[in-house]
Design a protein around this ligand. Structure first.
Ligand code: DP6
Length: 385
């Protein structure tokens, strides 16, 4: 099985039940193209195995309680006999993310984990998400959720919404597709900035936010309107609105992190410089060229329309010290609306300070859901690594 990371435009932050990974709010994400970032997972079972065993990039890792919860749910639905379900499994995972990217993602990892074991047990076939009935798909999303909340959205191609649900057992806390990748050709420019101080793991950080932040209730109360605006922006392909909602929600997430006690800091000076750059570029252009969003780490992801990717990358290159650009830059389009001497942060002018570094700029399209990546293709990728 294979899965790609998803990027939340409206963030999940805070749980109402930690064991079942039930969130306080709905979230909306885009699944990234798996050409640049992909997690590939193979699962086998045998009566010879003494223990469940998981390895990541060739090294054994702890089988966490979350992974055990995923395995337990899948074992109960095994379609290939109780013998198979009772055997211990071996799960081997590889992330094929560009080196030093710091992008290891629980969303793709735990989604690929759930799908690999679901295929081993014959719960889903190899015919893509269309061949999986809607109930099974919804259920599989709840199983991936037990591994890591954000993983439940990576099952789906394009745009997905994870519904918080209301039931204590979590059966209604599942993701579904809002729109296909083909509905709207958006691009995501992932700015990989040098890792700052080690980030607080999101699971612990969000628990601390729930316990201590007095701003979190304010965030939760404005989310229904923001979610509705994003659904509408996706349906109507309204880039300016989608970008603005994403920027506001990212800023809101990092504000509640700052309001957490003790505070949680994910953004570095380089992240903030990218955020300021986006606002200056949009202002200089007289329109919304880019949006941004940042998760529980210092990398900043930019949202762009295809015709603006070339322009945005060019402006970024003038304003930042960029190590490498990976992916399709697209054609140069009419960029006459941005002043030709525009450097974004004044770094080209007098009194310039050192430019911030972006290690890699990864240009991604929106991509396929985990069930749409054929087994043979995933296996070939695994072997070629
Ligand atoms: C900031 O899904 O990693 O990326 O459910 O505890 O495993 P757990 O957390 P995780 O949190 C992701 C937080 C986020 C926002 C998002 O993806 O919606």
């Amino acid at each position: 099985a294979a899965a790609a990371p998803n990027l939340a435009l409206i963030k999940y932050w805070g749980k109402r039940d930690s064991r079942l990974v039930l969130p306080l709010n709905n979230s909306i994400s885009v699944t990234l193209d798996d050409q640049l970032m992909r997690t590939v997972t193979m699962a086998t079972a045998s009566p010879e195995f003494a223990e469940d065993f998981v390895e990541l990039n060739g090294k054994p890792v702890e089988v966490t309680d979350r992974m055990r919860a995923v395995l337990q749910s899948l074992r109960q639905r095994c379609q290939r006999g109780q013998d198979l379900a009772s055997w211990k499994v071996r799960v081997a995972t590889r992330n094929s993310f560009p080196t030093a990217a710091g992008l290891a993602s629980s969303s793709s990892g735990l989604c690929a984990f759930a799908v690999a074991v679901a295929r081993l047990y014959g719960i889903v076939g190899d015919g893509g998400s269309d061949s999986c009935d809607a109930d099974t798909l919804r259920w599989l999303s709840t199983v991936a959720r037990l591994g890591s909340g954000s993983a439940c959205r990576s099952l789906f191609a394009g745009f997905a919404e994870w519904s918080a649900g209301q039931r204590p057992d979590g059966v209604d806390s599942t993701a579904s597709q809002l729109a296909s990748a083909g509905h709207w050709d958006l691009r995501v420019l992932v700015c990989v900035v040098g890792a700052g101080a080690k980030s607080a793991p999101s699971t612990q950080a969000m628990a601390r936010t729930v316990a201590t932040s007095s701003l979190l209730p304010a965030r939760l109360s404005c989310l229904p309107d923001r979610l509705a605006a994003v659904r509408e922006a996706v349906a109507g392909r309204d880039f300016a609105s989608l970008a603005e909602m994403s920027m506001r929600d990212s800023n809101c997430l990092h504000a509640v992190c700052a309001d957490t006690y003790p505070p949680v800091h994910y953004l570095t000076d380089a992240s903030r410089a990218i955020i300021d750059f986006v606002h200056r570029l949009n202002e200089a252009s007289g329109r919304v060229v880019l949006g941004y969003t940042a998760d529980a780490g210092p990398n900043v992801c930019l949202l762009a329309q295809p015709a603006d990717v070339h322009l945005a990358a060019g402006c970024l290159q003038r304003a930042f010290d960029i190590g490498q650009v990976v992916g399709d830059l697209g054609e140069a389009a009419d960029n006459s609306k941005v002043p030709s001497d525009w450097a974004g942060d004044g770094s080209g002018g007098e009194g310039a300070t050192a430019r911030h570094r972006i290690e890699s700029l990864l240009i991604c399209r929106l991509g396929r859901g985990a069930l749409d990546i054929p087994q043979a293709e995933a296996a070939a990728w695994f072997d070629s690594d």
